[in-house]
Design a protein around this ligand. Structure first.
Ligand code: NDP
Length: 481
């Protein structure tokens, strides 16, 4: 059985304890590879390598860093089918989704920051003839990057690309549930000639290897994407150490459909924004609010489209919904469906596990589930479920739906559908979310700041924001008189 290896100081190595964890293919419910159960000894080795590599990498020419990162992007493009297949096997998502979204976005992340660093400028001010005050922004040191399982290579590269481009060295930990693409990525880094120690990947459990990264005194900045509860623990450890922190956390995103929308686009995209990646995208719209005038029509058309989604073997071409990521996660989602029933919810479709015939008969599949008859403030509508489950609720007035939409502890993204430009602007202004999509979903220019409000996170990634996060600003004020 294949053994995934850590990537430390430019080499693929075993964990020092020689112990491994099972890695399960969720579509088959079967162990298919093993992953290092790394601990703080491995993290120590990774930090030492990263510290030793820092001086040379941070002072290397921008041209050199650009070239190496672009070479890695080229290799991702070359191996895109292998990577997409690996991501599907690890995660349960349809191969087609990985081919069209995850892997192209991973190489786009590398390329974007490989070139963004060439245009990253800092400021100079001359208040009068007396002083020139300029700002220099330099790499900080060893960055700790921790990423989740839902978009494994995409979110992994989203962190490490700006960190490396800015001149930091990195100790990274992908989710233990989906480690394979990060392992393949480490091989591409070797092939691309990334200098030893610049990027180190330590596989293993969050509470062990992840926690050792967070606690390490020589890692002054942490970029984390994952659940809000984990984010709280990380902040509690890192804050008293005065580490620089970027936390991209959970969401419970509203999708608001006004009666004056382009109905067909709204329904079609809402099916996607509800169930893409089995609803396991932090930006999925899990609470749909529909203006009462079109509520019945919307529900009917939505259900008819959801029932046409093919659920099954993720490697099959026309499958739209694959397996959820693990048995434990499947049970969590199914428990939430039970909670919804206890809260008076009516299941219009789905609500159950699906048994897929053949190769995937032991896999973790849930039928896309649509629930109505719930109040906006019940637990089902307040807590993040992160699976193929959406609720639909009617509303009468704009102010009312804004209150519903803003009622959760989260504030990651929101979508609204209306042909009325003034309303689009007015409602966007009042929604407490880091991203608002009007008549679209999941499209984004990589130059824009990305991140959540409230308990969806602290700090912003993307564009210049990420390069600012991964650098330290210093002001120099010169008396020129
Ligand atoms: P988790 O918070 O469980 O884990 C995220 C990462 O943190 C994993 O690598 C995990 O390792 C690690 N980890 C867990 N505990 C610790 C710890 N004490 N110290 C350091 N690292 C730790 O999230 P999931 O992987 O379950 O991902 C799903 C969550 O991510 C959802 O809430 C989703 O909304 C959110 N998310 C947010 C996004 C955003 O941009 N805001 C984007 C995508 C997802 P291990 O897997 O081994 O436990």
């Amino acid at each position: 059985m294949e053994k995934i290896q850590n990537y430390i100081n430019g080499k693929l190595v075993e964990p020092t304890s020689k112990t491994y964890l099972d890695n399960v293919n969720p579509a088959e419910g079967k162990v298919y590879s093993q992953i290092p159960d790394s601990d703080k000894v491995d993290v120590e080795l990774a930090v030492t390598a990263a510290r030793e590599a820092f001086s040379e990498w941070s002072s290397a020419s921008i041209h050199f860093r650009t070239e190496v990162l672009n070479r890695i992007a080229d290799l991702i493009d070359r191996d895109k089918d292998i990577l997409a297949m690996a991501e599907s096997v690890d995660n349960g998502k349809p191969v087609k989704l990985a081919q069209h979204v995850d892997i192209p976005r991973a190489s786009a992340n590398m390329r974007f920051y490989a070139t963004a660093i060439q245009h990253f400028a800092s400021e100079s001010h001359q208040p009068d003839d007396q002083f020139i005050n300029y700002t220099s922004r330099k790499a900080v040191g060893v960055a700790g990057c921790i990423s989740p399982w839902n978009l494994p290579l995409y979110l992994f590269t989203w962190k490490i690309a700006p960190a490396l481009a800015a001149g930091n060295t990195v100790v990274a930990k992908p989710s233990e549930i989906t480690p394979m693409t990060a392992f393949l990525f480490s091989k591409l880094c070797v092939e691309a000639g990334l200098p030893a120690g610049v990027l180190n990947i330590v596989h293993g459990l969050g509470g062990k290897a992840g926690q050792a990264i967070i606690e390490h005194k020589d890692i002054p900045l942490i970029s984390f994407t994952g659940g809000t509860e984990t984010g709280k623990r990380i902040a509690a450890t890192a804050a008293p150490m005065f580490k620089k922190l970027s936390l991209e956390l959970g969401g419970k995103n509203p999708n608001i459909i006004f009666a004056d929308c382009d109905f067909d686009s709204a329904v079609k995209t809402s099916v996607q924004s509800s169930f893409a990646n089995q609803g396991q995208i932090c930006l999925c719209g899990s609470r749909i609010f529909v203006e009462r005038a079109i509520y019945d029509r919307f529900v009917k058309e939505f259900i008819s489209r959801v029932d046409r989604l093919t659920v099954g073997d993720p490697s099959v071409e026309d499958v739209k919904v694959g397996a959820v990521v693990s048995e434990q996660h499947m049970n969590k989602v199914l428990n939430y469906i039970e909670l919804a029933k206890d809260e008076g919810g009516k299941i219009l479709t789905g609500g159950n596990q699906i048994k897929v015939k053949g190769r995937c008969e032991n896999g973790f599949f849930i039928k896309p589930t649509v629930i109505t008859n719930l109040s906006y403030n019940c637990r089902t509508n307040q807590e993040e479920i992160f699976g193929p489950v959406v609720t639909i609720m009617p509303f009468n007035k704009e102010e009312e739906v804004i209150e519903y939409a803003n009622s959760t502890a989260y504030g990651l993204s929101a979508t609204l559908w209306t042909e009325n430009l003034k309303r689009a602007h007015r409602v966007s202004d009042k929604l407490k979310s880091g991203i608002i999509w009007v008549n679209c979903w999941l499209v984004r220019d990589l130059r824009t700041p990305f991140g959540g409000m409230k308990q969806s996170g602290v700090g912003r990634e993307g564009g210049w924001e990420a390069l600012r996060f991964f650098t330290e600003a210093k002001n120099v004020c010169i008396n020129v008189k």
